[in-house]
Design a binder for this molecule. Structure first.
Ligand SMILES: Cc1cc2nc3c(=O)[nH]c(=O)nc-3n(C[C@H](O)[C@H](O)[C@H](O)COP(=O)(O)OP(=O)(O)OC[C@H]3O[C@@H](n4cnc5c(N)ncnc54)[C@H](O)[C@@H]3O)c2cc1C
Length: 347
């Protein structure tokens, strides 16, 4: 590239246009967090650029920062993303009666014959290490007495779901990782939308982005770009995902020539609170883990007709069963009967 390796140029000449554009989106001026506001490497390049500030992006930025200067760009504020909404917790086979082999079996069984076993093995075998990494970064998982507390969720035959601050697991993780990022030497640019992965001779050389604070187009250079932009749930009419989940990373990678695969696989969390006129919010599976039961409009607890694990069947099974029950009854909802829960812990 013959440009300066890190630069922003006005995307549009009219300051009024930029102001109107910003106001129309309710945007604050972009914050650059961290005491370091320019790339510290002599050639102006970053060791790595991370796009996205959910759990994946924050974690990748922290790990990469051990190798050199890192830039993290995120299109909203640092805490935005699905991660902070995650409730139930993270599955890892670290309990006394658990094993990675059992976790693998459960994962494969939940995948209805479509699981890539090698990938599932990586997932279950690395989960305990990632939990330790999160603890190293300051995440404090809930405990019961001297040992960790494990919840049980759909498709898991063991209680192996670690949670933090009750059902505020995602928020606890986001807070801890974001604190580490903000106190480190990672350059963070909020309200900066990655629009293109830049290539030269087929290799990544950086990212083009739009500064949503002032409407300028920016180029950031690095030969390592991590796309950690989360999912695309917001593309669907019914979702519990936040509005930032628009699948940008898939589009960026595809436009840069990457092969994309398995786009037909989207997980719909079966239960969300339905209140006409209000956005739905997720009702954690942990409630069914604690004894809440799905009932159809006739009051029948129907899940045992669909799967041996009844209300704790894999999510796709539960979601399809709910749709079948609603269609059969000509209804647009089912009920989640929580009367078996004898108490609700205040969080
Ligand atoms: C309500 C809810 C509950 C959940 N509960 C659980 C649970 O209990 N257990 C579990 O394991 N999983 C749960 N999940 C799923 C889990 O939260 C996600 O799989 C995980 O958080 C994804 O993390 P991520 O870092 O990949 O993406 P995200 O956290 O979504 O972060 C994506 C980031 O990328 C940024 N971004 C996107 N596009 C761009 C762009 N073009 N330029 C710059 N930045 C961009 C976004 O602003 C955001 O910061 C839940 C999800 C939801 C929505």
């Amino acid at each position: 590239m013959d440009r300066h390796p890190w630069h922003c140029t006005a995307a549009h000449d009219s300051g009024d246009w930029q102001g109107r554009w910003r106001a129309s989106r309710g945007l604050r001026v972009r914050r650059t967090l961290s005491p370091v506001s320019d790339p510290p490497r002599a050639d102006g390049r970053y060791r790595a650029i991370v796009v996205g500030s959910g759990m994946a992006g924050l974690f990748a930025a922290l790990e990469a920062s051990a190798l050199g200067p890192v830039l993290l760009v995120t299109k909203g504020e640092l805490h935005e993303g699905s991660t902070r909404h995650a409730q139930g917790g993270i599955a890892a086979a670290i309990g006394p009666d658990d094993s990675t082999e059992q976790h693998l079996k459960d994962t494969i069984a939940a995948g209805a014959g479509l699981v890539d076993e090698a990938m599932a093995r990586i997932l279950v075998e690395s989960a305990p290490r990632r939990i330790r990494d999160l603890e190293r970064y300051g995440v404090s998982f809930d405990s019961e007495g001297a040992s960790r507390a494990f919840g049980r969720e759909g498709a898991h035959r063991n209680a192996r779901v670690l949670h933090a601050r009750g059902d505020r697991t995602g928020a606890a993780i986001t807070t801890a990782l974001a604190e580490q990022v903000e106190s480190g030497r990672i350059v963070v640019r909020e309200h900066t939308l990655a629009t293109e992965v830049l290539l030269e001779n087929g290799r990544t050389v950086g990212v083009r982005a739009l500064d949503q604070g002032d409407g300028t187009a920016c180029v950031f250079e690095s030969d390592a770009v991590v796309l950690a932009t989360g999912g695309a749930g917001a593309a669907f009419s019914h979702t519990t995902n936040p509005p930032v989940a628009t699948g940008d990373g898939i589009a960026l990678a595809f436009a840069a020539g990457a092969e994309v695969t398995d786009l037909e696989f989207y997980q719909f969390h079966p239960t969300a609170f339905r209140q006409p006129g209000a956005p739905p919010f997720l009702i954690s599976e942990a409630l069914r883990g604690e004894g809440a039961v799905l009932r159809n409009d006739g009051g029948e607890a129907f899940m045992s007709r669909y799967h041996e694990l009844a209300d704790l069947a894999p999510r796709d099974v539960v979601a399809r069963a709910m749709v079948a029950e609603m269609r059969a009854a000509g209804s647009d909802h089912v009920w989640l009967d929580c009367t078996a829960l004898d108490r609700v812990d205040p969080i």
